[in-house]
Design a protein around this ligand. Structure first.
Ligand SMILES: *Cc1c(COP(=O)(O)O)cnc(C)c1O
Length: 381
């Protein structure tokens, strides 16, 4: 198949960035202590994000589970061992309009989600979304953290949520899984007050599909690390890098933690770090130019197709992903076309945006240059 839909897990994710496979193979050449491997990753992620520390996780979703585990247990080893059972604060506050299926990962760690606000503009019944005072009204002795799902449409804004979180001393978790590019976003959410921020490694970063990045406060990252890494070692023999985990703040080592099912190997960690490196060195402009070139070649090949009008959305904005937009007469026509493309012997999967249902969208990120002739054969009648 040809994936013109974007970095969807269902369609096997993004092509690996240059250097990723080599880094994964190289990591196989020697054995290593995994606390040291993650401490190394932490330094790289801290440099890229401006956060104090970081961790490579099993996808953004593994990062969400570990975020919940970290805010629920902090550095209390007894609480780590009891998760997902909690007797302390276990509620994570989230705007109702930001709820999505990925929050299953937070609940798996023992958190209970408490919704605030309404998304009235979406229901057509009003003009207001969740507001900061509604978060405050939901805070109580059982509140453990706030979740903000980052997007251009997120309401209230991260800055407003961060202000409320800070005023009440509550940790703020930001799910920014799909918020790259722009590259600035690696630093932006931490800068705006996130205590933990999560990115997917398998989307535009081009790391292994099963990886993610978690960045944030040192204490929370240390807690997450202790709940995902193998802790089957005697306390007296355990010497984690002190800039990653401050042993003096712990009473002992937890047993295998709730994050053990989100294990990440050293090969994936090396692959993710190579992808991050490549993402930083390529930069938004060159990346956008590469995608735009693919879009232009598609538009040129589509001339005279007749069933839709063709344009490129986002050709000038280098902070996003340019898309080829095939605008049809109506949503039903667009739906028929999408079916037609996926029913082809070489299925072509295109993107759908609920805010422009009359368009079939072609996302260039996962299209390999060699696939263009076949892609055009399918898109042209
Ligand atoms: C893609 C996505 C995820 C999941 O990311 P994985 O790396 O596949 O686990 C979580 N949250 C949001 C908002 C996403 O878009």
């Amino acid at each position: 198949m040809i994936n013109a839909a974007g970095t969807l897990t269902r369609l096997s994710g993004a092509p690996l960035a240059p250097g990723v496979l080599e880094a994964m193979a190289e990591a196989d050449a020697a054995s290593a202590d995994m606390f040291e491997v993650q401490a190394h990753a932490s330094r790289d992620i801290a440099a890229a994000t401006g956060a104090a520390a970081g961790l490579v996780t099993s996808g953004a979703t593994g990062g969400l589970l570990l975020s919940a585990a970290a805010v629920l247990a902090r550095l209390d080893v007894g609480r780590m061992d009891r998760l997902p059972e909690t007797e302390g604060p276990n509620e994570i506050i989230v705007a109702r309009g930001q709820r999505n299926g990925y929050d299953h990962a937070l609940r798996a760690a023992g958190a209970r989600l408490v919704e605030v606000g309404l998304a009235e503009p979406l229901s057509g019944a009003g003009i207001r979304e969740a507001e900061p005072w509604e978060y405050e009204a939901a805070f109580g002795p059982r509140t453990a953290a706030i979740l903000h799902v980052a997007s251009r449409r997120a309401a209230p804004s991260l800055a407003e949520v961060a202000e409320v979180a800070r005023a009440h001393g509550l940790p703020l978790i930001v799910d920014a899984a799909a918020e790259l590019p722009p590259q600035d976003n690696l630093r932006r959410f931490v800068g705006e007050g996130a205590d933990l921020v999560i990115f997917s490694g398998g989307k535009v970063l081009g790391g292994p599909a099963g990886t993610g990045i978690m960045a944030g406060r040192a204490e929370l990252i240390a807690s997450a690390a202790m709940q995902v890494l193998d802790t089957d070692v005697r306390w007296a023999d355990w010497t984690p890098p002190s800039d990653f985990i401050d042993r003096t703040r712990l009473r002992g080592l937890p047993r295998q933690g709730i994050g053990r099912s989100c294990k990440v190997g050293k090969n994936e960690i090396a692959g993710l770090l190579a992808a991050l490196d490549h993402f930083l060195s390529e930069g938004d402009e060159a990346r956008h130019a590469r995608w735009l070139k693919t879009c232009r070649r598609i538009v040129d090949g589509l001339e005279g197709a007749g069933r839709f009008t063709v344009s490129i959305d986002g050709a000038e904005r280098t902070d996003g992903i340019p898309l080829v937009e095939l605008r049809c007469a109506d949503p039903a026509m667009a739906e028929r076309l999408r079916h037609c493309f996926t029913a082809h012997p070489t299925p072509v999967h295109t993107a759908f945006d609920p805010f422009r249902p009359d368009c079939v969208l072609v996302n260039p990120v996962c299209i390999r240059p060699g696939e263009l002739p076949t892609l055009l054969d399918v898109l042209n009648p």
